[in-house]
Design a protein around this ligand. Structure first.
Ligand SMILES: [Zn+2]
Ligand SMILES: [Zn+2]
Length: 372
């Protein structure tokens, strides 16, 4: 029954036309909700092959619906066939966003995973507490809970009413404490990131403490609220900044400060220098001509936990090409431009040696070949 039904719909649409995923209307969503109410939740999900929503529910007239299934099935009315679950995500990139766009309320079922910044703050508290977990009633937990709710990391729409409440924060302190190498017992829970941050604290307590202090201070003063997310965050790349996303945002903002970059470039030119990458020597004008004239990026050489308050000095900025800049930020700890230059040179030397090793024995063998 279900198959022929679906086939009938598909045939009304030329099949080489791509689905326009997400192009759904409010009207079709309402039709889907009506069908859902008529069939009942289980039968509805079974009919279209969807599971129960795991991250978001659609709330309509006091009722909760599996948002991904609803969004997928709405395509039947607007696009000729329902989307299958593997064609899109239920999250804020797809289903939740589409439903919100046509005016529905979408609620997060589960709060977002803890980001590195949040774990840094929790871990710092655990460290101050002699690597022991703290209870939900503890004043320091209550204070941290309030602070975490101010962090500009997770969108309001992804949070529910329990977001980083005292219970959740207390639980996190135990997750961290029970992962300490000297803890004798079973770890309560927690993920890879908890363990990673804990080990960062054990390996470099001063630096991580300073990072925690800077994050706290930046939130209190409102400074860290003003920076836009970096593109590394969009790639889901949290490994470039052990000190967290917020300090990374500030770092990037400082590097991108137009007037500082102009001053830096002017000072280099004034001293008769060239706008070439300090790591690999790349000169944009040499390669791209006019289009590249005057172009170079600036890299702030002070690590996140060092570059605290205070203004950026021109000497904190290094001229760097776009490729080298990416490579520096790709993984922590960041190499200095000089260190990157050394590793480039090392790589060249290794390559030359490998190439020489390949040609040498052949030549030797050639010489040994008897003349015909
Ligand atoms: Zn370069
Ligand atoms: Zn940089």
């Amino acid at each position: 029954m279900r198959l022929s039904d679906a086939e009938g719909v598909v045939s009304t649409r030329p099949y080489d036309l791509p689905m326009r995923r997400g192009a759904i209307t409010r009207k079709s969503v309402l039709k889907v909700l009506a069908e859902h109410d008529e069939l009942g939740r289980e039968a509805f999900l079974t009919k279209y092959g969807f599971g129960e929503a795991r991250s978001y529910v659609l709330v309509h007239e006091g009722q909760e619906y599996d948002s991904k299934a609803v969004a997928g099935v709405a395509h039947k009315w607007d696009q000729g066939r329902a989307l299958t679950p593997d064609e899109f995500s239920g999250g804020k990139d797809h289903a939740a966003a589409w439903l919100k766009r046509v005016g529905f309320e979408v609620k997060a079922i589960k709060n977002p995973d803890w980001a590195r910044d949040e774990i840094i703050l929790a871990c710092h508290l655990v460290m101050q507490n002699g690597w022991k977990g703290l209870d939900a009633e503890d004043g320091r937990v209550v204070e941290l809970s309030a602070l975490l709710q101010l962090l500009p990391i997770h969108a309001e729409a992804d949070r529910n009413e329990k977001f980083r409440n005292s219970n959740g924060v207390a639980r996190k302190t135990f997750d961290i404490a029970t992962r300490h190498p000297e803890y004798r017992g079973k770890p309560t829970n927690g993920g890879v990131l908890d363990v990673a941050v804990l080990h960062e604290f054990l390996a470099r307590p001063q630096e991580m403490t300073e990072a925690a202090r800077l994050i706290r201070q930046g939130i209190t003063t409102g400074e860290l609220q003003s920076f836009a997310p970096t593109e590394d965050e969009e790639f889901g790349d949290d490994y470039s900044a052990p000190e967290g996303r917020l300090l990374m945002r500030r770092h990037r903002a400082r590097e991108r400060n137009k007037s500082l970059r102009k001053k830096k470039i002017a000072s280099v030119l004034q001293r008769g220098g060239q706008l070439a990458c300090e790591a690999c020597g790349f000169d944009f004008e040499k390669i791209y001509g006019d289009r590249g004239a005057g172009y170079i990026e600036c890299h702030h050489v002070l690590p996140l936990h060092v570059a605290g308050e205070g203004r950026t000095k021109l000497s904190d900025l290094a001229l760097i090409c776009a490729n080298c800049h990416r490579m520096i930020h790709r993984r922590a700890p960041w190499p200095t431009p000089a260190e990157l230059r050394a590793s480039i040179e090392q790589k060249h030397a290794d390559d030359r040696r490998a190439a020489a090793a390949l040609t040498r024995p052949r030549r030797a063998a050639d010489e040994q070949m008897p003349n015909p």
